[in-house]
Design a protein around this ligand. Structure first.
Ligand code: URA
Ligand code: CA
Length: 433
């Protein structure tokens, strides 16, 4: 097989065989195929697309390029959830203990990653003593006993994806549905999930700016998953404004605790119940999404979800008393309000830019080496569609710096107050096939 023939075939709109795709992925991972040929193929795929079979083959070739996590010692159907990323996305922190409270095994492997706030692990590390450096044996034992554990990234997962993604990043080939879908799905499959729930975000704070693009990506991923034997569902949800009210690590942890108590923000609660219902159905604990939702609501109402969260924190060395006394969490030295400059209705809160404002406070990382300040961030008091009086606080800034003028300016520039506005739709589509 010659790489140049494979490139030409795709350039002319041909369909690559499974063997050809495997040849490309293995050859590129090993360094036998040079960057210039791989980038040429990525560009051909960008323009010519891939068939369902090609997408599945690419996904599995990337899965097989490295280690695959074996969760077979964990009893039950392991359902993983993936979000394409947004601002103030607290869902995993709530969902994990919530579905575990229904005895669904949550065996989560998490990385740190870059972004406006830290990843799930960073948020959990706001709890004194909590750690994810546990052995695989301990991880398996905890999930079997308590149905939930989180472990830091282990093993060499999908090296092909790491290399191809880095190349795409500098060759104008990131924004391709078959390449994004296979990239995301390969990581979930290598991490050992039996079934996968996807939260595909849309809006300015998301990767997919329009509902149509998000839908195409969601459908592509659901198809790949089901084709390779992992039941997969997706939700397309709004990321035109931040999700929930809190943006920042310890602040989001508090918000997660409130939500587990049934006292969380409406949008976060709704999204958690919708995603959770899909997880419950995929885990075969309920036949319909309606039944699943009622089951989730019951463990919120009877306190079992919150209890599960406490046990989870304690099992991994964390001080679970923070659940009843959140004031023990890291807290910022300064608080500043952001008063509305006029009366009206909030009509826009640009998610992406508000995320950058929280990053300016130190809540997120720009490079892997950056230190995160777990205490800082923002808590919104108004969301799009809410009425506001001039002078009333739009949000509170939690900072460890005594000059936040630039942050305030950034926030003012990205929050619009108009005469009227409706709240955006939260869930655009549920994809279950
Ligand atoms: N996120 C991924 O993991 N892969 C992509 O290709 C794009 C976004
Ligand atoms: Ca939030």
């Amino acid at each position: 097989m010659r790489m140049v023939d494979i490139i030409s075939k795709k350039r002319d709109g041909g369909e690559l065989s499974q063997e050809e795709i495997k040849f490309v992925v293995d050859g590129y991972t090993k360094g036998d195929i040079p960057d210039y040929q791989m980038s040429s193929l990525a560009m051909a795929i960008f323009f010519q697309d891939m068939s369902d079979e090609e997408r599945a083959a690419l996904t599995m070739a990337m899965v097989e390029s490295g280690d695959q996590i074996d969760l077979s010692n964990i009893n039950g159907i392991k359902v993983d959830k993936h979000s394409t990323g947004g601002v103030g996305d607290t869902t995993t922190l709530v969902l994990a203990p919530l579905v575990a409270a229904l005895d669904i095994p949550v065996a989560k492997m998490s990385g740190r990653g870059l972004g406006h706030t830290g990843g799930t692990i960073d948020k959990l590390e706001a709890v004194d003593g909590f750690h994810v450096e546990i052995s695989e044996e301990e991880f398996v034992r905890l999930v079997n006993e308590n149905h939930i554990a989180v472990i830091g990234q282990t093993g060499n997962l999908t090296p092909a994806d790491k290399k191809i993604y880095a190349l795409r990043d500098v060759t104008g080939t990131v924004n391709s549905i078959p390449l994004i879908a296979s990239s995301i799905m390969s990581k979930k499959i290598a991490a050992g999930a039996d079934a996968i729930v996807l939260d595909v975000k849309t809006g300015n704070g998301a990767f997919m700016k329009t509902v149509e693009e998000a839908e195409a990506l969601a459908e592509a991923m659901v198809k790949i998953g089901n084709q390779v034997g992992r039941k997969t569902m997706a939700i397309i949800s709004d990321m035109s404004q931040p999700l929930g009210n809190a943006i920042g690590n310890a602040l989001e942890l508090r918000e997660a605790i409130d939500t587990l108590k049934g006292e969380g923000p409406e949008d976060l609660t709704e999204l958690v119940l919708s995603l959770g219902a899909q997880m419950v159905v995929l885990a075969q604990k309920a036949d319909t999404l309606e039944d699943a939702r009622a089951m989730l609501q019951s463990v919120i109402d009877n306190g079992q979800a919150l209890e599960k969260f406490k046990t989870f924190l304690a099992n991994q060395g964390g001080d679970a008393s923070i659940v009843d006394e959140p004031s023990k969490l890291p807290s910022a030295e300064y608080q500043y309000e952001l008063p509305a400059k006029k009366s009206g209705v909030v009509s826009d809160m640009v998610a992406n830019e508000i995320g950058i404002a929280s990053m300016m406070l130190g809540a997120g990382r720009q490079t892997k080496e950056d230190e995160i300040d777990l205490a800082v961030g923002l808590v919104l008091h108004k969301k799009v569609g809410d009425a506001v009086e001039a002078g009333e606080s739009l949000l509170t800034i939690y900072a460890n710096q005594n000059d936040v003028e630039q942050v305030k300016q950034k926030l003012y520039e990205n929050i619009t107050i108009s005469e009227t506005a409706d709240s955006p739709q939260l869930i655009y589509k549920v994809i279950t096939k």
